[in-house]
Design a protein. Structure first.
Length: 81
């Protein structure tokens, strides 16, 4: 395909997915599905963010000194208060 005959959204493969629903003839159904695909992606991303970084939100880690069960060396125990 010659570059002059290409449509604007076909020149860059990276931009073809976000721009395609604007120019599609069946835009109502496709945009509806496209919107829900983005919404599902954001919900999954938010769930991963909350489960990874929100576990200890509002809690404090404290370090207590104790002794090892094997031998008599001092160890640090991290606990969540």
């Amino acid at each position: 395909m010659v570059l002059r005959q290409m449509l604007p959204w076909q020149t860059n493969n990276i931009l073809i997915f976000p721009i395609f629903p604007l120019f599609s003839g069946f835009s109502s159904l496709f945009t509806f599905l496209y919107f829900h695909l983005i919404l599902a992606y954001l919900c999954i991303s938010w769930h991963i963010f909350v489960s990874n970084f929100g576990k200890f939100f509002g809690k404090f880690q404290i370090c207590t000194k104790g002794f090892s069960a094997v031998g008599k060396r001092q160890v640090r125990n991290w606990e969540i208060a």
